[in-house]
Design a protein around this ligand. Structure first.
Ligand SMILES: Nc1ncnc2c1ncn2[C@@H]1O[C@H](COP(=O)(O)OP(=O)(O)OP(=O)(O)O)[C@@H](O)[C@H]1O
Ligand SMILES: [Mg+2]
Length: 405
């Protein structure tokens, strides 16, 4: 047996064990795609489902350093569309024929050299399509690898997908923020630490986005750039179309004051000021603030308006800090591990407040280490080594009260 056949069998062996351990088809397929990217020639993987409007297909989950949220393809064209409709796999292997219709033909950022699409079928037809890709400059997928991936998709569907209907994903609203190839490096003694290595990420109006990733991967650095507290070294960051790279300190200060609210892990309240005064400090600077009482009512602390931070519990202090973030009616709230210092029950109370703010249409970008909290989000973005590594769209958002850890 040659190396690629052995590699393919090994991947199938791992995938089979993972599928058996999985509770849902989604979990099974995500595991299979991670295995394919780790063990096979595939460098990108995308799970495609039906769009909730019209006849198009859209990504639900992907392993790729690009933001594919807005990508779409018709069911009657491209490799993905053909796999979806025919319930048979499609292969476009090396050399990628000139003019071959891969789904990414229309997305120049993604330079594809080979593509394999395996449909996952349930009783009402195709549930989703698992696509594996290689990028230009990489060895293409081998035929035997594709054979194994086809078997993986089939076993996963047999085990978990029998009663599933075709999955759907909502069409995203307009883009609020857009990061393209954002880099950030810091000098550390003699050396330079490259923290962000080319972030591509859009944040949509009204969405609840969760950022995950190992300690030190650059989550807070990215949040600081999006929140106008720091500049990228290169790339582009736009808020509502306005470019931040090259903006003056004054322009960034105006942006922070008028558009964004921050919630930090350690609350950052002024210790000598009462809850009301902590909010007024921010409200007085904004154009159209909410009445202080209303902001505190919204976080369930209408009766603690005169309390100082030392008279409040950790969860209450965090809720005051959320009230302080929303009092100016910001377009977006950035929350950096807002529940990391809180126990379970207090966390659920704080998350419920954040969820209600998100439900009312404020865009929320939240960093967390807690995988359970991801279930509340519209979209979960995992960073690794300073780039976007993985993105998942939740078909259904969980309520804070339903989270268990
Ligand atoms: N101002 C700075 N000067 C020098 N190095 C910095 C600076 N800010 C961040 N770093 C470094 O950048 C890397 C990423 O930091 P960052 O705080 O963004 O990580 P993170 O993903 O938020 O981690 P954590 O989960 O631990 O909060 C770290 O190695 C950190 O030491
Ligand atoms: Mg951090």
């Amino acid at each position: 047996m040659d190396a690629s056949t052995i590699r393919s069998y090994h991947a199938l062996y791992l995938a089979r064990a993972h599928i058996a351990r999985s509770e849902t088809l989604f979990e099974a397929l995500v595991g299979c795609m991670r295995i394919c990217v780790d063990e096979l020639s595939a460098t990108l993987a995308v799970l495609w489902v039906a769009g909730s409007e019209g006849d198009d297909l859209r990504p639900l989950y992907w392993l790729a350093p690009y933001d594919l949220t807005s990508c779409a393809c018709q069911r009657d064209s491209t490799d993905v569309g053909r796999a979806y409709v025919s319930e048979r796999s499609t292969r476009i292997l090396s050399p990628l024929e000139a003019g071959a219709a891969t789904v990414f033909s229309a997305y120049p950022a993604v330079k594809v050299s080979s593509s394999f699409c395996a449909p996952c079928s349930g009783k009402d037809g195709t549930i989703c399509v698992m696509q594996l890709l290689t990028e230009q400059g990489q060895p293409p997928l081998a035929d035997e690898e594709c054979d194994m991936v086809e078997i993986m998709a089939m076993i996963a569907s047999m085990g978990h997908g029998r009663d599933e209907r075709p999955w759907q994903v909502r069409v995203p609203a307009g883009v609020l923020m857009s990061a393209r190839d954002v880099t950030r490096e810091f000098e550390s003694g003699e050396s330079v630490v490259q923290v962000l290595r080319g972030i591509d990420l859009d944040v949509y109006k009204g969405e609840f986005l969760v950022l995950l990733g190992e300690s030190g991967c650059g989550k807070s650095t990215l949040l600081n750039i999006m929140g106008g507290m720091d500049f990228p070294n290169s790339g582009s960051f736009r808020f509502d179309g306005e470019e931040h790279l090259g903006a003056s300190e004054h322009e960034l200060a105006v942006y922070r004051r008028e558009q964004v609210g921050f919630v930090f892990q350690n609350y950052n309240l002024m210790p000598n000021l009462r809850a009301r005064q902590n909010l007024n400090l921010i409200g007085e600077l904004s154009k159209n603030p909410m009445p202080t009482e209303e902001a505190l009512e919204l976080v369930g602390l209408g009766d603690r308006i005169n309390s100082k931070p030392s008279q409040l519990s950790g969860g209450q202090q965090q809720r005051v800090s959320i009230a302080r973030a929303i009092v100016k009616r910001p377009r977006v709230i950035f929350a950096d591990e807002p529940t990391a210092a809180l126990d379970y029950e207090t966390s659920v109370g704080v998350l419920d407040v954040i969820d209600r703010i998100a439900q009312e249409g404020t865009t929320v970008v939240m960093v967390t280490h807690n995988e359970q909290i991801c279930r509340m989000a519209d979209r979960v973005v995992r960073l690794r080594l300073g780039r976007v590594y993985e993105v998942a769209i939740n078909r259904k958002r969980a309520k804070a009260q339903d989270l268990v850890w």
